[in-house]
Design a protein around this ligand. Sequence first.
Ligand code: FMN
Length: 190
Amino acid sequence: MDLYEAIRERRSIRKFKKRAVTKDLLEKIFDIALWAPSGMNRQNWKFFVLAGERKEELISIAAHSFEYLEPELQKRFADKPKIVEATRRFFKRLGGAPVVVCAYFEPANTEDVTSFQNVAAAIQNLLLVAYAEGLGSCWMTGPVTVAEEISHFLRVGDMTLVAVIPMGYPDDTPKIPPRRPDRVAYQGFE
Ligand SMILES: Cc1cc2nc3c(=O)[nH]c(=O)nc-3n(C[C@H](O)[C@H](O)[C@H](O)COP(=O)(O)O)c2cc1C
């Protein structure tokens, strides 16, 4: 798939088909996605990829994060209650995703601005490669509000949770959110 097309056409998917995703395909996707840049080439990301019963348990832990997010959502979407309800439904089962990825960096240090960006670069690669392979995904920081519970469940030691990413074959065609104008300022050009 053309890179320009992948960047433009990838959407956040919040409803997935039941169809399983093979471990072979996930390995192929991660092999490419991890060719991301990283500060001082630390490559200090770590991805936990869950399916089956482990994934179901993770989803039930992550679902609790909605309780923390709800007041903020109610405020931000006061005039759009449907969005709040759709988000509530999505968090309950993460859209029925057959795979959930938890993205971390090591060692744990929530002040580590470079490590956050290292993981973010790899996540964007991951989303694009997954899309090129026919998969949908949704980059989520909402579940980070229950990071302690998630890390305990995964038996993660000295690491920081950056995002949770449900993944699978899409069962949804989301609207294309328009781009905000004037987000780039050029200086010094003729
Ligand atoms: C850092 C980050 C955090 C996000 N967290 C959430 C989240 O917790 N829940 C959610 O439903 N979507 C989340 N999203 C997805 C955004 O809502 C989505 O990217 C945005 O609305 C644009 O839509 P698009 O991805 O289809 O272009 C997140 C995206 C990013 C980059």
